[in-house]
Design a protein. Structure first.
Length: 130
């Protein structure tokens, strides 16, 4: 007996929720990012930078740390053309973490661009003659 073909649904774009910070959270975020930058500039690893600044709220800490890694990837890889392997070594983090974060960044950019396009053009979908 033949197996039934699996339903091939078109995958929806992933959903991303971007946090809206309170003024206090925003201050914590900015201070943390500045301290992390200083630590990295002084030769510390990413882990050492994170351990050197305490953020009590675990959810906020995770979000800021994830964002900071994205900032480092954006600055080093996109702005300075540093290969992801070198970013991984410089920050002393696994390459898989850097590449997974990089992929997530690209997804977030794509989703944000699509959402912005939809808002600006009222959800208009271009028609083709194909």
């Amino acid at each position: 007996m033949k197996k039934k073909a699996k339903d091939t649904k078109k995958q929806d774009m992933p959903e991303f929720q971007f946090k809206q910070f309170t003024p206090e959270e925003s201050n914590i975020y900015e201070d943390a990012v500045n301290r992390f930058r200083d630590a990295i500039a002084s030769g510390k690893t990413l882990r050492q930078a994170f351990e050197g600044y305490t953020i009590v709220d675990q959810e906020l800490r995770s979000l800021i740390q994830a964002d900071f890694l994205k900032i480092m990837i954006a600055e080093r890889h996109f702005a300075h053309n540093q290969p992801l392997e070198e970013v991984s070594k410089a920050l002393d983090v696994p390459l898989t973490l850097v590449t997974d974060t990089y992929k997530r960044m690209l997804q977030e950019v794509g989703v944000s661009a699509a959402n912005q396009f939809g808002e600006e053009h009222g959800g208009v979908v271009p028609k083709t003659s194909d």
